[in-house]
Design a protein around this ligand. Sequence first.
Ligand SMILES: Cc1cc2nc3c(=O)[nH]c(=O)nc-3n(C[C@H](O)[C@H](O)[C@H](O)COP(=O)(O)O)c2cc1C
Length: 192
Amino acid sequence: MTTPRILVFAGSLRTASLNKQLARLAADGVRAAGGEATFIDLRDYAMPLYDGDIEAAEGVPENARKLKTLFKAHQGLIIACPEYNGAITAVLKNTLDWISRQDGGESGAVPYEGKIAGLCGATPGQFATLRSMDMVRHVLMQLGTTVLARRVGVPRAHEAFDPQGQLKDEKLAGALQGLAADVVRVTGRLAA
Ligand SMILES: Cc1cc2nc3c(=O)[nH]c(=O)nc-3n(C[C@H](O)[C@H](O)[C@H](O)COP(=O)(O)O)c2cc1C
């Protein structure tokens, strides 16, 4: 059986993003569970807001193409989902939208279909990004990616990490490891 490859990223751009830190830990969790993790930073894949005129004139942006290629090279996803005004962040939705566009002869569903995703999220607030994760789940399911029921939300995340970047709360750290292990296990079984 080949090692399950999991693409891991956060729906935030800023350098000190709590969700990027959570995603890095999730990537460590994937490796600990025997999977291969690729952590990427969406800041390295800047693209314009979706505009049908840009698409008609220039096609899918180069960075969206690169992400399509990365999605296709991985069997699973873990996304750390920040929450803005009770919802998915614009950068994450925009990225998922561009990736979902047809490119040449290839359907926009190809990068998504048959994939397994696990969701997590971090916020300084109390509600642990649950509303954002619900929306990301909805969007991914719409696109043909199966989102695991298990999810991990980190509330009060501005004080949740120790100086080494680890989660201080053992239960949360265990839950994140469990999520990563589930994604590795389910993608591995599907591939088999
Ligand atoms: C426009 C905006 C709206 C926000 N709305 C929410 C919200 O509805 N719920 C929440 O928990 N946090 C909200 N926040 C706070 C974010 O959770 C916080 O900025 C978080 O650190 C963003 O994730 P990041 O650290 O990965 O960048 C909001 C932040 C911004 C900028």
